[in-house]
Ligand binder design. Structure first.
Ligand SMILES: N/C(=N\S(N)(=O)=O)N1CCCC1
Ligand SMILES: [Zn+2]
Length: 261
């Protein structure tokens, strides 16, 4: 079927363009960020995260990543400010990571990749009626990207890694209430921003990217738990470890990357 895609040799990023021709478009993500080519824009204010009333619902393995979904039926958790013209509602967050000892972030900084990357996906509920409709609009989504580097244990990430055994297989889901992703933010909210796309099919060019400059630190042990997840479903006899679920950087095609102050 057209919507079968993955990260392997046969179904990975280099052949997504066959079913999703926008893969070769002019505002694809991720990109390699070159800080000295990303000028500070004094008009870029700080990003503001209002997550205090946020309501996480569940955690799920969708066969591509592990996703924590939120109740987005009202404006209880939004991102605003920075390059955004209005508040964007938090819908879900998920991760991308590498294999043992190799890095798996999607965005890179001067060719350097981090161990992993967290994406908090938000949609423009002011202008669009649904996430699906927003996901097809040029200003429909805002994704906050946070790099994960390795070092000491992250004091709150265990709340996620301790739940991963419940969603080992594709299409598994379990309750995951009361988690506020504010605990996964670094101390600084300085960022780079540019216009891009979803980094997985359907690769819609609908994302205002906000990538934080400061990584959070997690331990190899915590990262290793993500690699106990499987791409495959419980009924499949081939067990495919979920790792290296990242798309490599795409051509900038003349886009400008701006930096917050
Ligand atoms: N590719 C995606 N997010 S990402 N990796 O571009 O942040 N998504 C696909 C549907 C919902 C989010
Ligand atoms: Zn992502």
């Amino acid at each position: 079927k057209g919507n079968q895609w993955g990260y392997g040799k046969e179904d990975g990023p280099s052949i997504w363009h066959k079913n999703f021709p926008v893969a070769e478009g002019d505002r694809q993500s991720p990109i390699d960020i070159i800080p000295k080519e990303a000028p500070r824009d004094p008009n870029l204010g700080p990003i503001v995260l209002n997550y205090d009333q946020c309501t996480s619902l569940n955690i799920t393995n969708n066969g591509h990543s592990v996703v924590v979904e939120f109740d987005d039926t009202d404006d209880r958790s939004v991102i605003q400010g920075g390059p955004l013209g209005n508040p964007y509602r938090l819908k879900q967050f998920h991760f991308h990571w590498g294999g043992k000892g190799c890095h798996g972030s999607e965005h890179t900084v001067e060719g350097m990749s981090y161990a992993s990357e967290l994406h908090l996906v938000h949609w423009n509920a002011v202008k669009y009626k649904s996430f699906g409709q927003a996901a097809e609009a040029p200003d429909g989504l805002a994704v906050l990207g946070i790099f994960l580097d390795t070092g000491d244990d992250h004091r709150w990430l265990h709340m996620i890694t301790d739940a991963l055994y419940m969603v080992k297989f594709k299409a598994s889901v379990t309750d995951f209430k009361g988690f506020n992703p504010k605990c996964l933010l670094p101390s600084s909210l300085h960022y780079w921003t540019y216009l891009g796309s979803l980094t997985t099919p359907p690769l819609h060019e609908s994302v205002i990217w906000i990538v934080l400059k400061e990584p959070i630190i997690v331990s190899e042990k915590q990262l290793g738990k993500f690699r106990t997840l499987l791409f495959s479903g419980e009924e499949e006899d081939q067990r495919m470890r979920m790792e290296n679920n990242f798309r490599p950087p795409q051509p900038l095609k003349g886009r400008e990357v701006r930096s917050s102050n």
